[in-house]
Design a protein around this ligand. Structure first.
Ligand SMILES: *Cc1c(COP(=O)(O)O)cnc(C)c1O
Length: 427
């Protein structure tokens, strides 16, 4: 494969963009090498600046449930654009998309659109703090909810410790209001809320974690969190930015039979355009300005193109589409596991619907601690070996890979064949 043009673009990019990118993981720092520059996408495929084709399992990090440039979404965006790209005034599609989300997710009584998942999570936390009059919040080790200050917090040592800033620039006075608990630890959750639940505004959690690689919730864990938080008068925010409309037409709440107080969305809800949303109980949402005193706004919120793409996207997210995603991803993951067995490489493959992660580890991956035991150097070699064979995986051991409805039997077969060779190579 020739990478001449990508190399030249990346060298030029590094002179003007920090790290050559506009979001850190794109720079391939955790796997080494240089990122290809993308010229275009065609269904399940990427074509880079040098004309190399690869099967894409990044899918823009989740939004592209129907592959690149699906005709129905492209048409919706084009038609909307011809009538004006932004007004800063109400438009019909905002109401239609809000109603479409509420029809699929019963806990959504009212909803507000933003321009990113980060904004949605930040605003949902502000709302929870405003509604409860409490400052402290709880998150789970390894979960990502965007880059708002309160959420860029790492755990101190031990369980349920005070938060420390995870990035320069986050005031420690703010980080100390964020507590971190281990994911999937029902006992730690109960103990924490019994002891200090009275000071907690909210807990925020990814129902299926995608941001330390895919990690599934143990049976009963999420309901136990809801129960413990509610007993303490705290609000639960389910962050469905990744899982919303990807795991099922009604998101993770449908699959696990949960009812969140507040839910955040992003990614699939924007059909590949920049969108986020937060919504839930009407008694909470009525506190948002202008109905209530909790302030939140956005010049491009509810943008006509984004709403059009979101509506087209939700229309395509039918039970049939989800059944197809389940079949495709299950076949793909069976084949990859078989290839790992043949190569005698110990792995754990975690999968929820069309999100999956191959961890290079001997133990079950159930939380951040077990995820961190994975062999990241082996993953880096696997990543490079797959890319050399035309398969573009997320460039980090701790990210989810995504399948779309554009991935068919041919792509699955090619990927499994590549994995057989790649895993043999990195033995
Ligand atoms: C991607 C993601 C976010 C942040 O969304 P952005 O649109 O990147 O700001 C928040 N929460 C989860 C679970 C995500 O996967």
């Amino acid at each position: 494969m020739n990478h001449e043009k990508s190399r030249a673009f990346f060298a030029r990019a590094q002179r003007i963009l920090p790290g050559g990118v506009n979001s850190p993981v794109r720079a391939f720092r955790s796997v080494g090498g240089e990122p290809p520059f993308i010229a275009r996408g065609e269904g399940a495929w990427l074509v880079d600046a040098d004309g190399n084709r690869s099967i894409d399992y990044v899918m823009s990090w989740g939004p592209l449930l129907f592959g690149h440039a699906p005709p129905a979404i492209v048409r919706a965006i084009t038609e909307a654009a011809a009538n004006g790209t932004s007004f800063g005034a109400p438009t019909e599609r905002e109401v239609l998309l809000a109603e479409a989300v509420a029809a699929r997710v019963p806990s959504i009584e009212k909803i507000r659109f933003t321009s990113s998942g980060t904004e949605a999570c930040m605003a949902a936390i502000r709302l929870a703090r405003g509604a409860t009059g409490r400052d402290d919040i709880v998150k789970f080790d390894g979960c990502y909810h965007g880059h708002a200050d309160s959420l860029l917090v790492k755990a101190g040592s031990g369980v349920a410790t005070l938060g420390l800033p995870d990035s320069p620039g986050v005031p420690s006075d703010l980080a100390c209001h964020t507590f971190t608990l281990p994911f999937n630890d029902e006992f730690a959750v109960r103990k924490f809320f019994t002891e200090r639940g009275g000071t907690i505004a909210c807990a925020i959690v990814e129902p299926v974690v995608g941001n330390m690689g895919v990690i599934l919730p143990r049976s009963g864990f999420l309901q136990a969190l809801l129960d413990a938080a509610h007993a303490a008068g705290a609000i639960v925010i389910l962050d469905e930015v990744m899982t919303g409309f990807r795991l099922a037409p009604g998101g993770a709440q449908e699959i696990f039979g949960l009812r969140a107080d507040l839910t955040t969305f992003g990614k699939v809800i924007g059909g590949g355009l920049p969108v986020g949303a937060y919504g839930g109980r009407a008694d909470l949402m009525k506190r948002i300005a202008p109905e209530g005193p909790v302030y939140q706004a956005g010049t491009l919120s509810g943008n006509p193109l984004a709403m059009a793409a979101g509506l087209a996207s939700l229309e395509l997210a039918t039970p049939d589409a989800h059944a197809q995603l389940e079949r495709t991803t299950s076949n793909l993951c069976d084949g990859i596991l078989e290839a790992a067995r043949a190569a005698e490489i110990p792995v754990r493959l975690n999968r929820a619907g069309s999100m999956w992660t191959l961890f290079f580890t001997t133990d079950d991956v159930v939380d951040a601690e077990t995820a961190r035991k994975a062999d990241t150097r082996r993953f880096a070699r696997f990543h490079a070996a797959m890319l050399a064979r035309g398969v573009y995986l997320p460039p980090s051991q701790f990210e989810a890979a995504f399948v779309s409805t554009a991935h068919g039997d041919r792509e699955v077969e090619l990927t499994i064949a590549a994995a057989r060779e790649a895993l043999r190579d990195i033995r």
